[in-house]
Design a protein around this ligand. Structure first.
Ligand code: TXA
Ligand code: MG
Length: 333
């Protein structure tokens, strides 16, 4: 088993593995990442292969902070303001690549932009410091599957594919970073995530723009079915049916078994931290469906609802499509 407790010694060995071009899984405050040296195209290719990730879907690059970001991307005043407000933390910024950007083109999937983030998790920061390189790291799950929030989840997804899985305990936030595109002073919410929209809009003093859809989609990864368990999801369920498992939220949950309540007191932060582990646990029961109670859309609820919608989308082979009945959550048996 490749799981190793994160210690100064194991972190140093993980940094050496990265330098040799191997891939290493590590904790961040959001979800576990599958990391590779972002400067080494062969190492980055291993990440795409391990996840079976389509090569049109670019990766997020982890850096210690603003200074390193400046060496790879064009950082304007708006981007700098966001970094100073929220880094280190769960915010990824999609910025223009510098003409002399040393990050492998494959990381950007051929786009002229790169997504950068400075994580706050202590193990992630120690690894960046020891490795002295930008670390490209998508979530450490197979493509389209539920993201991992513990080292055990990573092992269940990827087995022995990573040279090492650094165990830093469960992720504090439990949802992926918020991804913003910055072009001039226009800031677009490409993926809702662990940093709520409201906090970003407070700092900017204006609302975030909504991405274009269809052919003009700017965040390729956002097109896919994602975060999908094997068991079908039934969203906006007010009461569970026989044979279903219930993913509940808040104090008004019915008595039911099997059931996991994301937060009995109705706290969205607690719900976010529990979300992926709960989906995984209910999925393992082999129920007819997972009925999901409504989760409010404010704050972290925006990202939770985004993940739920994608998890419920039908796999069609090319792109995805919303199943009407599931989305409208008709409660008919
Ligand atoms: O919290 C996180 O962000 C985690 C941890 C490990 O840091 N990472 C993560 O990476 O969620 P991944 O690869 O699962 O998601 C990256 C997202 C995708 O939706 C991708 O399309 C988008 O970021 N993205 C990356 N580079 C981009 C770019 N240049 N332009 C537009 N979107 C980009
Ligand atoms: Mg992912």
């Amino acid at each position: 088993m490749a799981i190793v407790a994160a210690t100064p010694d194991s972190i140093a060995r993980a940094a050496e593995a990265l330098a040799r071009g191997e891939v290493v899984a590590f904790p961040t405050e959001t979800v576990y990442g599958l990391g590779a040296n972002a400067l080494d195209v062969a190492a980055v290719a291993k990440v795409f292969a391990a996840k079976a990730r389509p090569r049109f879907n670019p990766l997020i690059v982890h850096v210690p902070g603003e200074a390193e970001a400046e060496s790879y991307a064009v950082v304007n005043d708006t981007a700098r303001k966001l970094m100073r407000a929220f880094w280190p933390g769960p915010l990824s910024l999609v910025l223009p690549r510098r003409t002399d950007c040393a990050i492998a083109d494959l990381v950007s999937a051929g786009l002229d932009t790169v997504a950068l983030r400075a994580p706050s998790n202590a193990v992630a920061r120690a690894l960046l410091q020891a490795a002295k390189m930008p670390i490209a790291a998508p979530s450490a799950n197979r493509s389209q599957r539920v993201s991992p929030t513990t080292a055990t989840h990573v092992a269940a997804e990827l087995g022995d594919l990573p040279a090492m899985i650094l165990d830093g305990g469960p992720c504090a936030l439990g949802l992926e970073s918020t991804v913003l595109g910055v072009a001039g002073d226009k800031v677009t919410l490409l993926r809702p995530g662990a940093l709520p929209r409201e906090e970003i809009e407070n700092v900017l003093g204006h609302s975030l723009a909504t991405p274009k859809t269809g052919a003009e989609l700017v965040s390729p990864g956002q097109m896919e079915v994602h975060y999908a368990p094997d068991t079908p999801l039934r969203l906006d369920a007010t009461s569970p049916h026989k044979g279903e498992a219930l993913l509940a939220f808040g104090p008004d949950a019915p008595e039911f078994s099997p059931m996991i309540n994301l937060s009995p007191r109705g706290d969205l932060g607690e719900a976010a931290a529990n979300f992926f582990a709960a989906l995984r646990e209910l999925d393992a029961l082999g129920a007819r469906a997972i009925a999901v109670m409504p989760v409010p859309g404010r704050g972290l609820g925006e990202a939770i609802n985004d993940r739920l919608r994608r998890a419920a989308a039908l796999r069609t082979g090319d792109g995805w499509q919303m199943p009407e009945a599931v989305v409208s959550g008709t409660d008919a048996p």
